[in-house]
Design a protein around this ligand. Structure first.
Ligand SMILES: Nc1ncnc2c1ncn2[C@@H]1O[C@H](COP(=O)(O)OP(=O)(O)OP(=O)(O)O)[C@@H](O)[C@H]1O
Ligand SMILES: [Mg+2]
Length: 400
């Protein structure tokens, strides 16, 4: 439908007076519209069904079904209810106009009809109808785009959360590989020393060398045991009662492989040894711990004092795990934002960070809260800029 091009618009004129019909037919046809006519209400309704006019000029006073009733039926018909109806009648009293509008008419023309008036009203209502239609089309299009966008964002977020998981595993694996290299190099060094100096060294020195080699082998064994434990526990994804202190201790063993954690951070662990085991998924719980430890390390990366305090505690209903750091802290107005997906103050992957500067995607805390939600858990934050932050994981005991 195009208002600038009247021949595209069909007008249905309904009047039981053939003279009136004739006048309107001639005038509106000359103005470029396509005109359909009906001499009574019954045939008007049929015409609407078959021809779908863009606008209807409807006489009020007609035998059998009058204009009001025709209009009522049109408005009750889903396929016709949006067609604008303009009443035409000699009855100029307000009461009839009100009744017409109540029936759903958009306008009212009083007979005798003035041709310019008909033309201008028809054009106005066609324009309004066009705009309404365009608006509706645009709204539908926007709703479709929005839905598409939502599903794209959802899929992408899932992918990024997976990448985030892999990134943190990568961070740990790098350290583990590094830690395995250390004892291997120690063993190799003592082996060559023993070979080179086999003639000149005493039996005691040789024993000391072999002891060093045995210690290193033992260290490797410990690392591999931990790895096997993690892969065994982490692969099942099943919910089982977990000793939170034990899971945390094992995870901290892995963090020992991280340079900053091992060499730069002072660590203090205050664990309540009477925590009850609670049903959780191992891989989920360690992911939350790893994210919070990684954030604490990142917050302290360029600080002189780097201290991480981990506390496990409980009350009647809940278990609390505090991750307390002496990092940069978070301004109070920013705290509500940190759980939003993609909120990060770190350089994002892809940017060139300063040497050693942490990078992030802003999905860590978002995935932590999503994970904890499924166990009715949550994270509480307290923080002071330049002093440090405490992130507390709260888990209900109810299922224990
Ligand atoms: N311990 C903390 N101390 C100070 N700021 C923190 C701490 N933990 C989180 N934040 C702030 O919250 C933001 C969001 O943390 P989140 O873990 O969601 O993402 P990220 O660490 O930036 O990136 P990602 O975890 O995806 O690698 C961080 O960028 C940082 O600004
Ligand atoms: Mg993070």
């Amino acid at each position: 439908m195009n208002n600038k091009n009247p021949q595209n618009n069909k007008i249905l004129v309904v009047d039981d007076n053939p003279d009136n019909l004739g006048i309107l037919f001639d005038y509106l046809t000359n103005s470029g519209f396509k005109i359909l006519v009906a001499l009574d209400g019954e045939s008007a309704l049929k015409r609407v069904e078959s021809a779908h006019p863009d606008i209807i000029l409807l006489d009020v006073m007609m035998p059998k079904i009058d204009g009001f009733e025709v209009c009522r039926r049109l408005k009750a018909n889903p396929s016709a209810k949006d067609i604008p109806v303009i009443f035409m009648s000699a009855l100029s009293e307000t009461v009839n106009k009100v009744r017409g509008f109540r029936m759903g008419a958009v306008d009212y023309i009083t007979k005798p009809i003035k041709q310019e008036e008909v033309l201008s009203r028809v054009q106005t209502h066609l324009t309004i109808r066009n705009l309404q239609k365009q608006l509706q089309d645009k709204t539908e299009e926007l709703a479709r785009i929005n839905q598409n966008l939502e599903s794209v964002v959802e899929t992408r977020t899932k992918q990024l959360i997976d990448q985030e998981k892999t990134a943190i595993i990568g961070r740990l694996t790098q350290g583990i590989v590094h830690n395995l290299k250390n004892p291997i190099q120690t063993i190799l060094a003592y082996k060559s020393l023993a070979e080179e100096k086999s003639k000149e060294i005493s039996r005691e020195t040789l024993l000391r060398y072999t002891q060093k080699m045995a210690d290193s082998a033992q260290q490797m064994n410990q690392i591999l045991d931990n790895l096997m434990y993690k892969s065994k526990m982490g692969s099942s994804g099943e919910i089982k009662p977990l000793d939170i202190n034990e899971v945390l201790r094992k995870e901290l063993d892995f963090w020992q492989a991280n340079f900053q954690f091992y060499y730069k951070v002072e660590k203090q662990y205050l664990f309540d040894s009477n925590l009850p085991a609670i049903p959780l998924v191992y891989a989920d719980l360690t992911q939350v711990f790893d994210n919070l430890i990684a954030n604490a390390l990142d917050a302290m990366w360029d600080r002189k004092e780097q201290k991480l305090t981990l506390v496990t505690r409980q009350d009647q209903e809940q278990i609390y795990i505090d991750f307390q750091d002496t990092g940069c802290g978070i301004p109070s107005e920013k705290i509500p934002l940190i759980f939003d997906p993609f909120y990060t103050t770190k350089s994002t992957h892809g940017e060139e960070p300063r040497s050693g500067e942490p990078t992030g995607t802003g999905l860590g805390l978002y995935s932590c809260t999503e994970i904890l939600k499924s166990f009715s858990g949550k994270i509480i934050v307290t923080s002071e800029v330049d002093r440090g932050s405490t992130f507390t994981v709260v888990l209900p005991k109810k299922n224990s």
